[in-house]
Design a protein around this ligand. Structure first.
Ligand SMILES: [Zn+2]
Length: 408
């Protein structure tokens, strides 16, 4: 084994800000290839039940983790089915799966070539190594304020989910002030300062409801938080939308949970959803530094992600997507003897991809510097052999945790 194989490698967490949350965990990828049909069928269906049906996904530690197996998605959707159908009084009919999903890679490419817009939004790669094609801009509304429209582009599914969630809160809690919406993604995705994620049209920063109302992100406190509406928003998002994770500061989670308990919320629901309850290994709502004045939601976009997966190769070939779009990113601290070629070979990527991910114009790398390495597959340890998180329950504030790939 050569010495550079022992370079420090750890996962990059695709959290919100530059201080990526440990909570995002080794979630190095978009939960890739999703079984579109069941999820798609279930996604638009309102789940008004107070039971946290939609959070079956959270019951599986892997469901919001890197390599969330397709089956988890399918099972989550199926589990959601019967109850939602039994209890929903008159839900709008589920949208049919996108006809685009019937296209092969070749057909999709042909269609893109003849009319790029006709393939709709494509979410490429991981949220921290991604791109967005044919993104949709968050529309204007009197129910929300888009702070920076140039950085409010997402998949159709993301934009719709944000709008539906806020509209539902506004409808159920009349008089709701317009809610601040921060960054989603830039028009073509990719790096968006100061975030590590927000690259593939699936992440959004949303303000909390305040009393009196605020039009920007303001640190939430017991004194200024509109608990009723904010809790309704969080509950709507985790219950009705297809969500991978929600990042909320611990202090705000505590306020929300206390409010929910006072209202008589189902404790099992709270246990499943909120990290501060300490009852679930991978709850949907987790702490991450920097989320005391806004929440960060990562939505799943079954159609845009699946189409992005199929289109990825030819979009890179056509240079529509940059070479460093990847399923995941690992961090590598350069050691003596490392070269871009060696790293590319070792990690199964290309020199161009590493250059792109690090803004390198030459092939020079510096010993001791840590580089982002786009990798085709999230580096997951065998489940049976290696604990998911070797440093079990690490402090939730670190920017990164040693990953399992060290010395691979
Ligand atoms: Zn964010």
């Amino acid at each position: 084994m050569r010495r550079w194989f022992f370079g420090l490698v750890f996962l990059v967490f695709p959290g919100c800000a530059a201080t990526a949350p440990a909570e995002a965990g080794p979630k190095t990828s978009a939960r890739a290839p999703i079984l579109v049909q069941p999820v798609q069928a279930a996604a638009p269906r309102p789940a008004p039940s107070p039971t946290p049906v939609a959070n079956e996904a959270a019951a599986d530690p892997d469901a919001d983790d890197e390599e969330g197996p397709d089956d988890d998605e399918a099972e989550a959707a199926e589990a959601e089915g019967p109850e939602a159908e039994a209890q929903a009084p008159a839900p709008p009919p589920p949208k049919p799966p996108s006809p685009l999903l019937a296209l092969s890679v070749t057909q999709l490419e042909a269609r893109y070539r003849s009319d790029p817009a006709s393939v709709g939004p494509l979410s490429l790669g991981a949220t921290n190594a991604g791109a967005l094609v044919n993104g949709v801009q968050m529309p204007r509304s009197d129910k929300w304020i888009v702070q920076d429209p140039s950085c409010a582009w997402g998949t159709q599914e993301t934009v719709d989910a944000i709008a539906r969630s806020i509209e539902k809160v506004a409808a159920e809690h009349p008089g709701a002030p317009a809610l601040a919406i921060g960054h989603i993604s830039s028009k073509k995705g990719g790096h968006l300062s100061p975030h590590r994620s927000h690259q593939s049209g699936r992440d959004v920063d949303i303000g909390y409801y305040h009393s009196p109302p605020k039009t920007t992100f303001v640190r939430a406190t017991e004194a200024n938080l509109d608990l009723e509406r904010t809790y309704a928003l969080v509950k709507t998002i985790v219950s009705d939308a297809d969500v991978e994770l929600v990042l909320i500061d611990t202090s705000v989670q505590r306020l929300l949970v206390a409010h929910a308990l006072r209202k008589g919320e189902d404790e099992a629901f709270l246990d499943q959803v909120f990290q501060v309850r300490g009852k679930h290994p991978r709850p949907l709502v987790r702490h991450a530094r920097g989320h005391g004045n806004h929440l960060h939601v990562r939505f799943v976009s079954p159609v845009a992600q699946e189409l992005g997966r199929r289109a990825g190769a030819f979009l890179k070939r056509e240079k529509v997507a940059p070479p460093h779009v990847a399923d995941a990113v690992v961090m590598h601290k350069a050691r003596s003897g490392d070269t871009l070629q060696i790293l590319a070979r070792r990690y199964g990527t290309t020199v161009e991809a590493i250059q792109g991910a690090n803004g390198l114009r030459t092939i020079d790398i510096k010993m001791g510097r840590t580089y982002r390495i786009p990798v085709p597959k999230p580096p997951t340890p065998p489940k049976s052999a290696v604990p998911k998180r070797p440093t079990a329950a690490p402090p939730r504030t670190a920017g990164a945790t040693r990953g399992p790939t060290q010395g691979r």
